[in-house]
Design a protein around this ligand. Structure first.
Ligand SMILES: *Cc1c(COP(=O)(O)O)cnc(C)c1O
Length: 359
């Protein structure tokens, strides 16, 4: 079998035999008419884990984020977010096209915002300006390299937001990675936010699905918007079961992914031509490529042809992500291939010719 170590994303995981078994045996019913029992069980569990009254299951994290925005804002309003965040960069500008909102951007350090950066960002009550309604944070921060927002920053930023009449939304696509990295519970992190979005298809390893959590009233409207956004799903227990299994089985093991990420980080630190743009807190590793090696796209293409799959995230930046379908041993193998390739390029015995896609 040809070698394939897939470090492109933690979304590439495939359901295990045990998960498939659990999915095959779950009870289902029509979740649009009322509630599918498996979806109901998942919603109750994730609401409990995040300390919220209720949750609504949706097909994607993009939908939970966009409906989170929609629950808090009306057309013409604006929300404050970090400029590298997923909601702004990777959701096709849906806040504008679907809800008529504008973003107000603040740039953090590898996605980490300091409380004093927010001061002065709420627009005055003046008809020239949109109404600032909402503050969004992302934890862990994807483009920031999986960084965990410092807990005190989250506490202070959300307190400031609430004192100034804003609502708060957490893009917690990888909140359980922050939980694994800090030992601070999902409930504690979530307590500072009005709504929280959780992805089951990232490090948790489910094939599909996300949930939005909040008050019963907010979730009543979230469910209404979900139908209008095309996310009302009938026997959705079939996919919710994978998420339920993931929550029950795959949370504790995430620390293993973080250890594997440290192995990649050490390799990058000690290899000439490679460098780390910031600390590695969880399962995402950003690897900067010196121009003397070549471009990120060229190195990605070359590594791909050798069975190590990763994504170019910028002209000189590659992202490597650990997850439950890569073992410690596979990560060691990948490290060996990366070191050898970069060394050979630098000593002139190998030329980079391929070209991977850039995200
Ligand atoms: C993956 C991701 C999402 C949601 O993505 P979908 O592919 O729509 O499920 C949202 N936020 C962050 C930070 C993510 O990494």
């Amino acid at each position: 079998m040809t070698l394939s170590i897939d470090l492109r994303s933690d979304t590439v995981t495939k359901p295990s035999a045990a998960m498939r078994d659990f999915i095959a045996n779950c009870e289902v019913d029509d979740d649009v008419i009322d509630v599918d029992p498996t979806v109901g069980a998942l919603q109750e569990l994730i609401a409990e884990l995040t300390g919220k009254e209720a949750a609504v299951f949706m097909p994607s994290g993009t939908m939970t984020n966009q409906i989170g925005l929609r629950v808090h804002c009306r057309p013409g309003d604006e929300f404050i977010c970090e400029s590298g965040c997923h909601i702004y960069n990777y959701e096709q500008g849906a806040y504008a096209s679907l809800s008529g909102l504008s973003p107000s951007l603040v740039t953090g350090n590898n996605g980490i915002l300091e409380p004093d950066q927010l001061l002065g960002t709420i627009k005055a009550d003046n008809e020239h300006f949109p109404i600032t309604k909402l503050l969004c944070l992302e934890n862990t921060h994807n483009r920031g390299g999986g960084r965990v927002q410092p807990y005190e920053n989250v506490e202070q930023i959300c307190q400031w937001a609430h004192e100034n009449g804003l609502k708060t939304h957490l893009d917690g696509a990888r909140l359980f990675n922050a939980v694994a990295a800090t030992g601070i519970s999902a409930k504690e992190w979530a307590s500072h936010f009005d709504t929280v979005s959780i992805c089951f298809s990232k490090g948790l390893g489910a094939p599909v699905g996300s949930a939005l959590c909040g008050t019963k009233e907010q979730m009543y409207y979230a469910r209404r918007h979900r139908k209008a956004f095309g996310g009302g799903m009938r026997q959705a227990g079939i996919i919710a079961a994978g998420a339920l299994f993931a929550l029950q089985n795959n949370v504790e093991r995430m620390t293993q992914d973080h250890e594997n990420a440290q192995q990649l980080a050490s390799m990058i630190k000690t290899t000439d031509g490679l460098s780390l743009p910031g600390p590695v807190d969880t399962n995402i590793v950003m690897m900067d490529i010196d121009k003397k090696v070549g471009t990120a796209a060229a190195l990605t293409g070359e590594l791909d042809s050798q069975g190590v799959r990763c994504l170019a995230l910028g002209p000189q930046r590659i992202r490597l992500v650990t997850h439950l379908d890569v073992t410690t041993e596979q990560v060691s193998t990948a490290c060996g291939i990366i070191i050898k390739t970069v060394n050979e390029v630098l000593d002139g015995s190998r030329e980079l010719s391929g070209s991977g896609a850039q995200y």
